[in-house]
Ligand binder design. Structure first.
Ligand SMILES: NC(=O)c1ccc[n+]([C@@H]2O[C@H](COP(=O)([O-])OP(=O)(O)OC[C@H]3O[C@@H](n4cnc5c(N)ncnc54)[C@H](O)[C@@H]3O)[C@@H](O)[C@H]2O)c1
Length: 253
């Protein structure tokens, strides 16, 4: 893809699942990757697999503003700054809303809403200063069409879709372009953890596969391709969009 070689990308949640796929795809495209993830051991494994010359890692919880600030500072010390930000880290556990409580809502909102907001607030000023940058936010089709058992998570992902459009309106003229990618059900440790929560989870997985026109779950490669495209110069005129990568489960006009 055009315009990716030599760029620097910061990816949150790059240790596992979709984030790891995004890191691996960026490396193929010649992008230097900076990864923030709360899984420090996984970060060590990622560096071993991908190579310390291609990826740098800092452990932080994205919901902790101060910790993210320190992580970004350490990752960018001595280099030219971040060209691409991918807000990918996220978490949920499927529970019907009436069985949830405020402690659970707080955890879901801290990770899925405050987390990406923290990253924008810390990273985007540097992009504005340098006259440009690309932000790709990983939301979810749950934020577009809803997802049973994921009410508060869906609210966060819908919030990220709206946040992305609004920030894009504020910043596009300064060269910073934002878009949102909405994966459908994808084969990652997060989705596997849903099935682990019992018989209902297993039924959910099977019914999801049946409902997807392509009759399979998404893969990290499916999502990484769209992220790499949006980050590239080939997508320079695609601005503030929300794009589903869902095997046709959701088809938006
Ligand atoms: N897998 C799916 O079916 C699916 C569908 C739609 C959207 N998504 C979204 O895609 C993104 C990636 O999900 P995945 O399926 O690859 O999950 P995953 O659990 O496999 O990977 C998520 C990564 O994020 C990290 N992480 C989680 N919370 C964090 C925090 N507070 N601070 C720092 N790191 C944190 C984890 O350690 C992990 O490495 C998430 O935003 C998720 O909501 C996933």
């Amino acid at each position: 893809m055009r315009g990716l070689t030599g760029k620097t990308a910061l990816i949150t949640g790059g240790v596992s699942g979709l984030g790891k796929g995004i890191v691996e795809r960026f490396v193929v495209e010649g992008v230097h990757c900076l990864v923030i993830d709360r899984d420090a051991e996984g970060g060590g494994r990622l560096i071993e697999t991908v190579g310390a010359d291609k990826v740098a890692f800092a452990a932080a919880d994205i919901s902790d503003y101060g910790a993210v600030q320190a992580a970004v500072k350490s990752l960018t010390a001595g280099n030219k700054g971040i060209d691409i930000l991918v807000n990918n880290a996220g978490w949920d556990k499927p529970v019907n809303f009436l069985d949830t409580d405020p402690e659970f809502w707080k955890k879901v909102i801290d990770i899925n809403l405050y987390g990406p907001i923290n990253l924008h607030h810390i990273v985007v000023p540097g992009m504005v200063e340098r006259g440009g940058g690309k932000v790709i936010n990983i939301a979810s089709d749950a934020g577009r069409v809803g997802s049973s058992g994921e009410s508060v998570y869906s609210a966060c992902k819908g919030g990220i879709i709206a946040f992305t459009k609004t920030l894009c309106r504020e910043l596009a003229r300064k060269g910073v372009v934002l878009n949102t990618v909405c994966p459908g059900p994808s084969d990652t440790p997060l989705l596997a953890s849903f099935a682990d929560t019992g018989e209902a989870g297993v039924r959910l997985m099977e019914s999801l596969k049946r409902a997807i026109p392509l009759k399979r779950l998404g893969t990290p490669e499916d999502v990484a391709g769209m992220v790499a495209f949006l980050a590239s110069a080939d997508a320079d005129f695609i601005v503030g969009q929300t794009i589903s990568v869902s095997g046709g489960l959701t088809m938006h006009g």
